[in-house]
Structure formats: structure tokens, C-alpha cells
Design a protein around this ligand. Sequence first.
Ligand SMILES: [Zn+2]
Length: 101
Amino acid sequence: MIYNVMEQIMIDLFDEYRDRLGMKCTCSRCQSDVLALALNKTPPRYISQQDKAAYVKAEFVDKQEMTTLLVKLAECSKIVSDQPYCRKSGVAENSVPYLYR
Ligand SMILES: [Zn+2]
């Protein structure tokens, strides 16, 4: 198996800063959309042993990069807030156009 370390790092970061990202809607769909969008904009970093994820995070992801990831999360929160695709928005729930940009 292979794992994208950035995935867990982004999820952890999102959990930590979610309340400060100014999301208009925090339903699970909008949260997932923010994460998916942010990860699509972040080069993956793959490992073959999941238990090495913490090591990779500590050794290769510095403060500067964490700040960059946080900025991406904030940008993506704004995109999703401006154009939510959850049921509150009235748009079909299966439409996901911006996730691929
Ligand atoms: Zn929502």
C-alpha cells in the first residue's frame, strides 16, 4: 500500500484551524470539499509505510510549508463558502466542478 502523507497532515491542520477559516457552512460535505480542493492543489508526498507518516511530517514539513498549507485551506474555504455544493445551496449534491481545477 502507498499513502499520501499530505492527506493526514492536511486533515490534522484542518481539524486544528477549522473554526478560524470563516466557513459559511460547516456541514460534512462542505468540510470534505475544502479538504479535497486543498489536497488537489498540494503536491502529494507518498510513503509505503503508514507508520512513518509522523516521521515524514516532522522531518520534511517545516513551519513555512505548514503556513503555505494553511493559506491553501483558507483559500479553499473561501471558494467553497462562495459556491457551496451541499444541500443548503440548492445545487445538485453530485456536482463537483471546482474540485478538479
Ligand atoms: Zn455545507
